[in-house]
Write a protein that binds this ligand. Structure first.
Ligand code: MGD
Ligand code: MGD
Ligand code: MO
Length: 786
């Protein structure tokens, strides 16, 4: 019997309690074990979790946080949420042909992402024929034939879009981009476009490479670790172990976050006996409750103070940077009133933080989605770089820039060429290796792909993993765009919303996951991945695949290539899928830093890719030096009676995959449709703890978007800010609202009003109800002060 809630909100069961003051500990172990044993059984649980993140095991599908070097790994080198991610994949539940016979597409469309995901692993390829009410089985060869036929029938290869989510291995990613380019397009959007794109753009411009510059060892040896816009207790729990070591070595920590997240306050290490019962390690020495979107101004202010105090590494600035004088001039002129309005912080709080920078000669700055998903995100990351450059905190032990990536191989996918804007040197290398002329014009990123589908300029969508429909902004527009495609194809492990909001025809191609033994071509295959700190290593799964009909992503891509372009360009697809070593030999010749790739990944623990700023303080920017960037201080203006909403993750989800309905550290149980609001704002808006409201976003073109029925929960944070979970809030983020320079959707700054439920989705209310300042159509534009 499949039993699951149809709606993720259960008003009667939703419970709210006080937020927690510490992360992990014994509860975390108990919870991960309970879920794992329920879905995998005892034997499979032991078999799986003990191989996780071991040098001879498989890489966790959870986050991209690095593993300690092989000699320092624990027997259980995983966290609660890693265990959940593995359980989700290694579950014994199945979605088979009987399931699809039982559930029509209309029926499935009514289910939540949570329900869909809980049904289990997909077991065989399925097709939704034009006009059909149900998915039906299809043989693999016929599926490839169908795809190949439609792809070849396009007026131009640019009418196809090849999306990637960040779990795809390096081998699969390399083969996928090669196929797309050999077919003739650079339309290779990926989840990165919604994630760390602002980081990649800013770092490439400022330091010449779009990746972070630290190793795990640097974190352990750092004197000051700054964690901005990141919630490691939930999203990168193994980072807490590294922070614990750093603390024991004397590091101090500053947390910059509108919310006081449990994982930033105190950590009880579940891998140590002491951690189960004791008080744990206190982490953050200083918490700056910055207003949402205030980080640009905050880092400008920290920089200005360091300059004023002459806490500057003059030698580094002189030898390795450009643009200092211009930046310093702006810093001296900083508008402190604007800083106060943007950050919501007192000058004394910022001074306290800047003193900690001044007193540290080895600072690491970490950041994630709280920084990258804003209109000013690229400028903010550059401001973080300015502060690091000022004190020479790059390319020295214990110091550096540490963007903490999301998906376990999102960084590797980009290294392998999953990029709609490939650099010319990469295309030249492809051309030299494979002898064809790859397309040179830039392709669509995620937002452009949605626009192209919406406008009929793209007609086929292929998703290598992921859940495009739920992850992308502006749900209604995105769903409409997908529906206007001729064909949507998803290579997936589990069912999700993207399988039920489809083009005229649709395919679900079930893939093996990373925990599974890959015997493609009759050989035991391994794959490789790259973590957030540029370390590349091999991964092979221990488990029998969920069904004998699953194929590996590499196999699926190579088979699709054969069905679509055959031996055009003479690319040996068959050899690639019979032995992935053949792909690694090509990676070695095409991808910078990957010479002798197959040999290097064979060493236990793998190898680290070159990073010129980290390795030798070399900056391959336009001017050959690291660049100080000067940006205007901006204050996001929020009209009266409105709140600035950030959309974030609960403790029980991996992106659009919902594991359960609790957000333990924030005190939420049995529900997800909650909106966290400051107690005084609740009163000021005429609402009460427990009121049910619609969230309505208002945009500069006068249009509105609505997400219905959220329960108001009082929660400590700066006045005027609010928070609610993604993906329930994705309908509120307009497609056109993206970061300047990176086109990343602004999922962390959405201006909303809260109003009594209208009882219908997308219905415009003419009544502003209890909300004050009911001038609904007011234009909302960031106020730029310079
Ligand atoms: N268990 C689990 N692990 C995951 C994921 C998951 O969903 N579940 N997702 C993976 C992925 S793809 C990613 S990208 C990462 C995401 O990891 P995070 O970036 O930690 O994810 P979010 O929940 O979006 O959290 C953003 C944090 O930024 C804060 N924040 C919001 N706005 C601002 C702001 O304006 N300024 C500052 N300073 N802070 C702000 C929020 O309060 C929150 O603490 O995690 C990865 N790991
Ligand atoms: N409002 C708002 N929107 C956001 C964000 C936010 O903070 N707020 N965050 C953004 C971010 S940071 C990201 S990274 C994106 C995430 O966007 P995506 O990466 O597209 O979404 P996921 O939810 O991670 O994808 C989950 C699906 O991947 C499939 N899958 C899982 N494992 C495998 C595998 O091994 N192989 C294959 N082939 N498929 C697999 C399963 O079918 C599962 O349903 O969402 C973005 N959207
Ligand atoms: Mo992400």
């Amino acid at each position: 019997m499949r039993k699951a809630p149809k709606h993720d909100i259960d008003e009667e069961r939703l419970e709210v309690e006080r937020p927690k003051q510490a992360a992990a500990g014994a509860t975390a172990v108990a919870i991960s074990m309970k879920l794992a044993v329920e879905q995998m059984g005892v034997r499979r649980t032991a078999q799986t979790l003990l191989r996780l993140n071991q040098a001879d095991g498989f890489d966790c599908q959870g986050c991209a946080w690095p593993d300690p070097d092989p000699s320092h790994r624990h027997t259980a080198e995983f966290c609660e949420n890693g265990a959940k991610a593995v359980t989700e994949e290694a579950t014994r539940r199945r979605v088979d042909r009987a399931f699809f016979l039982e559930h029509s597409i209309d029926d499935l469309r009514d289910k939540t992402d949570y329900w869909l995901g809980q049904q289990g692993r997909i077991t065989e390829p399925m097709v939704l024929r034009s006009g059909a009410t149900h998915y039906e089985p299809i043989a693999w060869d016929q599926a490839f034939e169908l795809m190949g036929g439609l792809l070849n029938g396009l007026a131009s290869p640019d009418e196809a879009v090849f999306y990637t989510s960040g779990k795809t291995s390096n081998e699969a990613a390399f083969a996928y981009q090669l196929f797309a380019r050999a077919f003739g397009t650079n339309n290779l959007p990926d989840c990165s476009n919604m994630c760390h794109e602002s980081t990649s753009v800013a770092l490439a411009e400022a330091i010449g490479i779009g990746k972070g510059s630290v190793s795990l060892e640097d974190i352990h040896r750092s004197k000051l670790i700054v964690i901005a816009g990141q919630n490691p207790g939930t999203n990168h729990p193994r980072m807490l172990s590294a922070l614990e070591i750093a603390k024991q070595n004397g590091a101090r920590i500053i947390a910059i976050n509108p919310l006081r997240e449990a994982g930033l306050v105190r950590f009880k290490n579940p891998q140590k006996v002491r951690g189960w019962a004791g008080a744990g390690t206190g982490l953050a020495d200083l918490h700056l409750p910055v207003r949402v979107n205030g980080d640009l101004a905050l880092f400008q202010a920290i920089g200005a103070l360091l300059l004023e105090w002459d806490a500057v590494d003059h030698e580094f600035v002189r030898d390795h940077t450009a643009g200092f004088e211009e930046w310093a001039e702006a810093a001296r002129d900083l508008d402190w009133d604007a800083v106060r309005r943007a950050t919501g912080l007192d000058r004394s709080e910022i001074v306290a933080a800047a003193r900690m920078f001044q007193e540290s000669d080895a600072t690491v700055i970490c950041w994630a989605m709280g920084i990258t998903q804003h209109r000013n995100a690229v400028a903010t990351v550059k401001e973080i770089v300015n502060v690091a450059l000022l004190q020479g905190n790059i390319g020295k032990p214990g110091a550096g820039l540490c963007p903490v990536r999301g998906h376990s191989n999102v960084q590797g996918d980009r290294t392998m060429g999953i990029w709609e804007k490939p650099p010319a040197h990469f295309l030249d290398a492809l051309e030299k290796e494979f002898g064809f002329d790859p397309p040179r014009e830039h392709g669509f990123d995620t937002v452009q792909a949605i626009e192209a589908l919406r406008d009929g300029k793209a007609k086929i969508f292929v998703g290598m993993g992921g859940n495009f429909v739920s992850a992308a902004p502006d749900t209604e527009v995105t769903e409409q765009a997908m529906r206007s495609a001729d064909l949507t194809v998803h290579v997936s492990t589990k069912l999700n919303r993207s399988h039920v909001v489809t083009g005229r025809e649709a395919l679900i191609l079930p893939a093996m996951g990373r925990s599974e033994r890959d015997l493609t071509g009759g050989r035991l295959q391994r794959v490789t991945v790259e973590d957030s700190m540029s370390a590349v290593h091999a991964s092979h799964g221990p488990l029998k695949p969920a069904s004998p009909y699953l194929r590996s992503e590499v196999d699926i891509i190579c088979s699709l290539a054969i069905a679509t372009i055959g031996d055009r360009h003479g690319i040996p697809w068959d050899a690639f899928r019979s032995d992935y070593t053949e792909i690694r030999h090509r990676i070695a010749r095409v991808v910078p830093g990957c010479a002798a790739y197959d040999e290097k990944v064979s060493q236990p623990g793998g190898f680290v890719l070159p990073h010129p700023p980290r390795d030798s303080r070399t900056f391959k920017t336009e001017v050959g030096k690291a660049i100080f960037t000067t940006s205007p201080t901006d204050v996001l203006h929020v009209p009266e009676g409105r709140l600035l909403l950030q959309t974030l993750r609960s403790h029980d989800q991996f992106n659009t995959t919902i594991y359960g309905l609790d957000d333990r550290y924030r005190g939420i149980h049995n529900g997800r449709r909650v909106v966290f609001v400051h107690p005084d704002d609740i009163t000021a808006l005429g609402l009460a703890d427990g009121s049910v409201v619609d969230l309505v976003s208002e945009w500069s073109d006068g249009s509105e978007r609505r997400a219905p029925e959220f329960r108001v929960v009082p929660y400590e944070q700066p006045r005027g800010c609010a928070a609610a979970y993604y993906p329930e809030t994705n309908p509120l983020v307009p497609l056109g609202s993206t970061a300047i320079g990176s086109n990343c959707p602004t999922s962390k700054s959405v201006i909303v009003r809260l109003e009594p439920p209208t009882g219908g989705q997308g219905v415009e209310s003419s009544d502003a109800g209890q909300v004050e300042g009911g001038d609904k159509k007011r234009t909302v534009e960031p106020e730029h002060l310079s």
